[in-house]
Design a protein around this ligand. Structure first.
Ligand SMILES: Nc1nc2c(ncn2[C@@H]2O[C@H](COP(=O)(O)OP(=O)(O)OP(=O)(O)O)[C@@H](O)[C@H]2O)c(=O)[nH]1
Ligand SMILES: [Mg+2]
Length: 209
């Protein structure tokens, strides 16, 4: 059985496009979501590292495809955030292009964590991304982030509403609350990724050992 030591995750590269990424083999799980949703923070929480992925109060911090490796052949990808208006049009175009190329062409992509602020989840682009992943038969973990920003009652309501929304996608979409600040949902995130990794190892034993 493979042990995944998330705390050993290290930075590999920041790629402007998929050509600049490591060889397309092994298993990759991508963290996607709107700018400022908490993708980089979630990666840091998952890997128990303060500043593995750069976080920022300013939306649009992650403009490149950041590649991290847990161990050989097991990678986590911090994708550029979408949906942030205050970026020059040219820059925006370039990074949306690298994002869609990555999602469409990357063979090693085996699961997507879609992060959405619990206070305003399931915006059009989120919905489009989740539906796309479901259509490609990729499993999706939808994390409602910054759950510490809501009181318990409102948090529960948001989760239930999110799960109701997720039913419409018709695929393997799980919705859970997450807080990097409070470490809420951390075990769930970790266990889900381990499940995805293990499933792919079972299906293709020639993949990484
Ligand atoms: N209260 C609270 N704030 C959070 C949490 N997670 C992230 N934040 C804050 O939200 C802001 C954005 O976080 P990032 O992790 O940089 O967001 P991102 O999705 O990587 O953003 P881009 O790289 O711009 O796409 C930062 O100010 C974080 O401190 C959380 O669980 N709770
Ligand atoms: Mg980021």
């Amino acid at each position: 059985m493979v042990q995944y030591h998330f705390q050993n995750t290290h930075f590999i590269t920041s790629a402007p496009n998929i050509q600049a990424m490591p060889e397309d083999s092994g298993i990759e799980i991508a963290f996607a979501g709107r700018s400022n949703a908490g993708k980089s923070s979630a990666l840091n929480t998952l890997t128990r590292q303060k500043s593995l992925a750069r976080t920022s109060k300013t939306p649009g911090r992650t403009q490149l495809i950041n590649v991290f490796e847990i161990s050989e052949g097991f990678r986590l990808i911090d994708l550029p955030g979408y949906g942030f208006a205050q970026v020059p049009e040219e820059v925006k175009k370039q990074w949306q292009k690298s994002l869609s190329e990555y999602l469409q062409d990357r063979q090693s992509l085996k699961g997507i964590v879609v992060l959405m602020d619990i206070r305003h989840p399931f915006k059009d682009t989120d919905v489009g991304l989740i539906q796309w992943a479901v259509d490609c038969e990729l499993p999706v973990l939808a994390l409602l982030t910054k759950s510490d920003k809501l009181k318990q009652g409102a948090r529960k309501t948001a989760i239930l509403k999110g799960r109701e929304t997720a039913k419409a996608f018709g695929g393997n979409v799980r919705v859970e609350a997450f807080s990097s600040l409070k470490k809420q949902g951390l075990d769930l995130l970790q266990n889900t990724l381990v499940g995805w990794f293990d499933q792919h190892l079972e299906n293709s034993p020639s993949d990484p050992e």
